[in-house]
Write a protein that binds this ligand. Structure first.
Ligand SMILES: Nc1ncnc2c1ncn2[C@@H]1O[C@H](COP(=O)(O)OP(=O)(O)O)[C@@H](O)[C@H]1O
Ligand SMILES: [Mg+2]
Length: 289
């Protein structure tokens, strides 16, 4: 049990990775994909994350999709029926579980466990559809610097669990702030994909995301250009981001907007191009890893 007012660094030392039982980390052997998707709001993060997860499942992978955006809508992009999606309780809202696992008393006083058990969470608090297991992180109210509230401790441990110890392919739909990723887990994200649209604001957000990624030690950042309507759009993105960083492109397609309006997966409203383009993005990731 540790005092919640401990500094970040002392907290990290306490819950160091080596402490979690006898389990060993899975290796980055190119067999598993641990990918996070970020970018400006509306750029197409959820669309890309949803389609990537579905295609990986079709390829026979064990896929865990994590909706880490408080404005959660990955379920719909994955094609989850509304009723099934509504059964998933965001981890941050599992107050009783968080209390039980951390030993924090109501209002949590000052003492709680820094290495709560979380290895049963992916199975218990998810739902699976189209071969993709989905978990919602939910939002945690930020405390001051150095504050470890029980919710954020459980969520950080959960991230370690899925990124470092489990052998699922993980696709994370994140907001631009990369909330929920810290130094301990960022190194296990193989690639952070930043989705950009042809536009200065989207590029500026990508630059900010890259800086944040660098700050937490996330080594590989790649760009996916989305809503591309012309060669000119493609060149704009290439020029702004550099050709080497460009992992792939998704073409603008009104059918993707229609899918969103209908609340269905864009993959289920696709003439074939989206499947092909995201398939190529997955291939590019596999080749690199
Ligand atoms: N390639 C595309 N062509 C047309 N519309 C798209 C495309 N990608 C995304 N959209 C639409 O743009 C909107 C925002 O996409 P979304 O994936 O929810 O973005 P984010 O998760 O980054 O906020 C949605 O209505 C979606 O259907
Ligand atoms: Mg989204």
């Amino acid at each position: 049990m540790y005092n919640r007012r401990q500094t970040k660094d002392s907290g990290r030392a306490v819950r160091g990775v080596g402490q979690i039982g006898s389990r060993s980390p899975v290796s980055c052997d190119g067999v598993r994909m641990k990918v996070a998707v970020s970018g400006k709001g509306g750029a197409g993060k959820t669309t890309l994350a949803g389609v990537m997860a579905r295609l990986l499942a079709e390829r026979g992978k064990k896929v865990l999709a994590i909706d880490a955006d408080p404005d959660a809508n990955l379920a719909s992009a994955l094609g989850f029926p509304k009723e099934l999606a509504s059964e998933i309780v965001p981890l941050a809202d599992l107050k009783e579980l968080i209390r039980e696992r951390t030993g924090a008393s109501p209002g949590y006083g000052s003492l709680f466990r820094m290495n709560p058990k979380v290895d049963d969470i992916p199975e218990k608090y998810s739902r699976t559809y189209n071969g993709v297991r989905l978990i919602l992180m939910g939002g945690v109210q930020k405390g001051g610097a150095g504050c470890f509230c029980p919710e954020s401790v459980v969520l950080k441990r959960f991230m370690e669990e899925v990124l470092i110890y489990r052998d699922d392919d993980v696709i994370m739909d994140m907001e631009a702030g990369l909330e929920h990723l810290g130094r301990a887990t960022a190194r296990s994200v193989e690639t952070l994909i930043v989705v950009v649209e042809p536009g200065q604001r989207s590029i500026a957000t990508a630059e900010a995301v890259k800086r944040l990624a660098g700050d937490i030690g996330l080594a590989s950042v790649k760009i996916v250009g989305n809503k591309v309507q012309s060669d000119e759009d493609r060149k704009f993105i290439e020029n702004a981001c550099g050709r080497a960083e460009l992992l792939g492109i998704m073409t603008y397609d009104p059918k993707i907007v229609d899918a969103d309006k209908l609340g269905i997966s864009p993959l289920d409203n696709d003439g074939g191009r989206l499947r092909e383009e995201v398939g190529r993005i997955l291939d590019a990731l596999s080749v690199r890893s």
